[in-house]
Write a protein that binds this ligand. Structure first.
Ligand SMILES: CC(C)[C@H](C(=O)O)[C@@H](O)C(=O)O
Ligand code: SF4
Length: 467
């Protein structure tokens, strides 16, 4: 019987096959590290007197705790400063390449890996970070892992992993103009729920997926974890190869040719079967926004805030009531009338150059509404540099937005970029949990196009709403 893409990559990495209910031991090709989930792992190595097994397959960057202004100054917050200093000391001691704040390659771990050409088809990629699923866009099997697993990978370059189930997410048809991969993934999560992917590796397939750029594919795979999935993947194709070619760590010459030949085999066989399958029609999708406090609580922008009384399932009804109370929203309000205080364009979901280009296109010649603040935070310093070479930063600042340095920024409240209690944002990030962007902050997840249009109108909007 044929194999799925995920099964092929898994099989190619088994160091030791588990017997009975034992997990398989898998070889790890790339281990990405950041300041939040690594300190105890390094401490564990130190206590056991172990070195890092493959420093050459390990790469660290500073992202979560870094400020995005005044990056030449010492970090003011003591907790953040300690995290970053600890990462620096650990990387020095264990011989790991680190891209620190201010470095030309610094940025969010999931932006940096692909940008350097380290994330490649058919590889296994891990990081102590749930959004490691992003790298699956290249046909890599990419998992978020916990801190004890980080230690295991540092020490052995392997990881015991339990078998998974496979789910095909078919996005058939063609996306309409103005509908982005962010809208696709928000619609998928709204459909299958935040637990719908539990135990599965998702494979995104279908015409609409094949037509997406690498950056847009990363946005989709990034949020697999928000559907509860272990990972998300897309089969590598010409788009993937074109993105990788010439990147600093991509193979060259004969190695490139051999790599492409292998990568071309990395597709689900026609006679392979998935454990589950979900299909969405791309032609029917419109810009999507979340109204609640989990990424599955989303609706098309043209809809109204839902009325919990109309939700049949008791659990979902309670969840909706609680979410609306936190979000300060009244059932029946058109989503387009919900006004925001802040717009955040950035994160590992939508902080890449294409996202910035898309938003700049909307903001060009327009102004951010007077009572709205907009933060534009490139996902990496490379993205920042590229954007500046294209003059995008001038479009943002002329519109009245703030142009920042790279980091996770307002995606989560671990650095100075935060919402104040009750403040409402339209955010291109991936999580809208209570307090995610700062205590009491209210988050609506949106695409970069919706973020930009919302900044101009001051209420949740798509570019179509701008005259
Ligand atoms: C801090 C880190 C462990 C966390 C994650 O695992 O994803 C963060 O990146 C997030 O997005 O919530
Ligand atoms: S940008 Fe957000 S989602 Fe991505 S790694 Fe940073 S905190 Fe996590």
């Amino acid at each position: 019987m044929g194999k799925t893409l995920a099964e092929k990559v898994w099989e190619a990495h088994i160091v030791r096959r588990g017997e009975g209910h034992e997990p398989d031991l898998l070889y790890i090709d790339l281990h990405l590290v950041h300041e939040v989930t690594s300190p105890q792992a390094f401490e564990g190595l130190r206590l056991a007197g172990r070195p890092v097994r493959r420093p050459d397959l390990t790469l660290a960057t500073e992202d979560h705790n870094v400020p995005t202004t005044g990056i030449d100054l010492p970090i003011a917050d003591p907790v953040s400063r300690t995290q970053v200093d600890t990462l620096r000391k650990n990387c020095e001691e264990f011989g790991i390449r680190l891209h620190p704040m201010g470095d030309a390659e610094q940025g969010i771990v999931h932006v940096v890996g692909p940008q350097l050409g380290l994330t490649q088809p058919g590889t296994t990629v891990v990081c102590g970070d749930s959004h490691t699923s992003t790298h699956g866009a290249f046909g890599a099997l990419a998992f978020g892992i916990g801190t004890s697993e980080v230690e295991h990978v540092l020490a052995t370059q392997t990881l015991p992993l339990k078998p998974f189930k496979t789910m095909a997410i078919n996005i058939e048809g063609t996306l309409r103009p103005g509908v982005t991969s962010k809208d696709v993934i928000l619609a998928v999560i709204a459909k299958i729920g935040t637990g719908g992917g539990q135990g599965y590796v998702l494979e995104y397939r279908g015409e609409a997926i094949r037509k997406l750029s690498m950056e847009a594919r990363m946005t989709v795979c990034n949020m697999s974890i928000e559907a509860g999935a272990r990972a998300g993947m897309i089969a590598p194709d010409e788009t993937t190869f074109a993105y990788l070619k010439g990147r600093p760590h991509a193979p060259e010459g004969a190695d490139w040719d051999a790599a492409v030949e292998y990568w071309q085999t990395l597709r689900t066989d026609d006679d392979a079967t998935f454990d589950a399958e979900v299909t969405l029609d791309a032609d029917e999708l419109t810009p999507f926004v979340t109204w609640g406090t989990n990424p599955g609580q989303g609706l098309p922008l043209g809809e109204r805030v839902p009325d919990p009384a109309e939700i049949a399932d008791e659990g979902e009804r309670f969840a909706a009531e609680k979410a609306l109370a936190y979000m300060g929203l009244t059932p029946g309000t058109p989503l387009r009338e919900v006004s925001v205080d802040t717009v955040f364009l950035g994160s590992c979901t939508n902080g890449r150059i294409e996202d910035l280009r898309a938003a700049a296109e909307v903001l060009k010649g327009r102004k951010v509404a007077a009572d709205v603040r907009m933060l534009v935070v490139p996902g990496s310093m490379k993205v920042r540099k590229q954007a500046e070479s294209e003059g995008l930063h001038e479009v943002f600042t002329a519109a009245g937005a703030e142009w920042r340095s790279a980091g996770c920024s307002m995606c989560l409240g671990m650095n100075p970029d935060q919402l104040t209690p009750g403040e409402r944002s339209a955010s291109t990030s991936n999580r809208n949990f209570e307090g995610r962007q700062g205590k009491g902050g209210r988050t609506h997840l949106v695409s970069p196009l919706v973020a930009a249009a919302t900044a101009v109108r001051g209420t949740l909007s798509s570019p179509e709403d701008l005259s």
